[in-house]
Design a protein around this ligand. Structure first.
Ligand code: ADP
Ligand code: MG
Length: 386
């Protein structure tokens, strides 16, 4: 039995006033096809809220509730009713678990219910389900903003360790407070000391977790998962991450705390300090000995998929649990041979895979193996496969 979502219900979620989907026995791969704006990505986004974090669009929670066509025309319109909800019946290793999440007030905090009980923290979702996504926004992941790469890497860490999201958000919050205090000239030593302690501890936890994931992935990246896909070699760069090469965690924490303290004036004068919030990672196309940023769109996408597949293997081996995959516009940029080899590999994963595309034709090799749905105008119908 594959792990994954058996039933999905959406209420007041983006273009779906209400939607109910029941997946096939054995949780075969799911292919959602339909024209632009039909509502495919919205379904993947809904699923991405069943794990900790801000979902695959990093959206403001109050923007998600279904808006009227008039409200959609105004960029910053906030509807009267910003509440929305998702509920799912999830097949886990321990049987079926009912998960619900949504926004009930304007507090920008989503509520979570697991088997009828309110969860205290989002990280509890991670005990039920783990998910990784690849979206068209990541097509230029290796060329664009390092923040997107850090987010991607941190998501991989989080798929292993659901507490990582909290560590990252606490770190960002403490760093922001520290920066604000200094910019406003409020040099309250005990407050600054306390924040520096918190920032340094967070930095070491984040850096260590990232080093860990890169080392783990590297082991699994050595075996080629898909015919014709390049081998990816990942390397992490970042001050705190590099200090951990030579120093014990506790010493790195002291060193970074000292650095923060000695940078107070620099930051007060408008300067900035490096840390895990400025780290980056790069990927090498091993066969061509070429940095991913110089590779073609298709090659970059194959490198990204190789990393995600390595992650599924690492997670299966070390946690006995494969994450579900949300693969938006999977077929774009791939040639037919590589695409079909990828689909074959995905079909063999022990967890559910959700894929979208504008046309069904690229998914033909999955006929009889996957479940196909047509999405049109926020209506989802099981498709008849020829
Ligand atoms: N809060 C919202 N309320 C109503 N419609 C929305 C909301 N947010 C996005 N939409 C609409 O949902 C539609 C489907 O989006 P999406 O799922 O991204 O389409 P696609 O099938 O191309 O992936 C879009 O036309 C978008 O305008
Ligand atoms: Mg889309």
């Amino acid at each position: 039995m594959r792990l994954g979502i058996q039933e999905l219900r959406l209420h007041h979620f983006r273009c779906y006033e209400s939607l109910s989907l029941i997946m096939g026995t054995g949780l075969p791969p799911v292919v959602l096809t339909g024209g632009n704006g039909a509502g495919k990505t919205n379904i993947l986004e809904a699923i991405s809220f069943l794990v900790p974090g801000r979902g695959l669009r990093q959206a403001r929670l109050s923007d998600i509730a279904t808006k009227t066509p008039e409200e959609m025309q105004m960029l910053d319109a906030v509807s009267e009713d910003t509440s929305w909800a998702i509920s799912a019946k999830v097949q886990t290793q321990d049987g079926l678990v009912q998960v619900g999440t949504g926004l009930v007030d304007k507090m920008e905090r989503r509520q979570i219910r697991i088997d009828g009980e309110n969860a205290k923290t989002q990280s509890e979702l991670g005990n039920v389900l783990s998910a990784i996504w690849i979206t068209p926004a990541q097509d230029r992941l290796f060329c664009g903003d390092p923040a997107a790469r850090r987010r991607f890497l941190d998501r991989l860490v989080q798929a292993f360790d659901s507490g990582h999201a909290t560590v990252c958000s606490d770190y960002s919050y403490a760093l922001k407070q520290w920066n604000n205090l200094l910019h406003e000239g409020r040099h309250d030593p005990s407050w600054l000391n306390a924040l520096e302690e918190q920032i340094a501890a967070g930095a070491v936890a984040i850096a260590a977790a990232r080093r860990d994931i890169v080392a783990r992935l590297q082991t699994f990246l050595k075996t080629k998962e898909v015919d014709g896909f390049p081998t990816a070699v990942i390397s992490l760069s970042g001050m705190v991450e590099e200090w951990l090469n030579d120093l014990a965690a506790i010493d790195v924490e002291d060193k970074y705390r000292e650095k923060l303290k000695s940078s107070r004036h620099l930051v007060a004068d408008g300067g900035s300090i490096g840390g895990v919030h400025t780290s980056d990672f790069s990927v090498l196309h091993a066969q061509k000995a070429m940095d991913a940023s110089l590779c073609s769109s298709g090659e970059q996408k194959a490198l990204l998929y190789s990393i995600v597949l390595a992650q599924t293997k690492a997670q299966m081996q070390e946690k006995g649990q494969c994450p579900i995959l949300l693969l938006d516009e999977l077929a774009a940029h791939f040639d037919a041979k590589r695409r079909d080899a990828l689909l074959e590999r995905l079909n063999n994963l022990p967890a559910q895979v959700w894929m979208t595309g504008t046309d069904a034709e690229p998914f033909n090799t999955l006929a009889g193996k996957a479940e196909f749905f047509n999405v049109e105008n926020a209506t989802v119908r099981l498709a008849k496969v020829a």
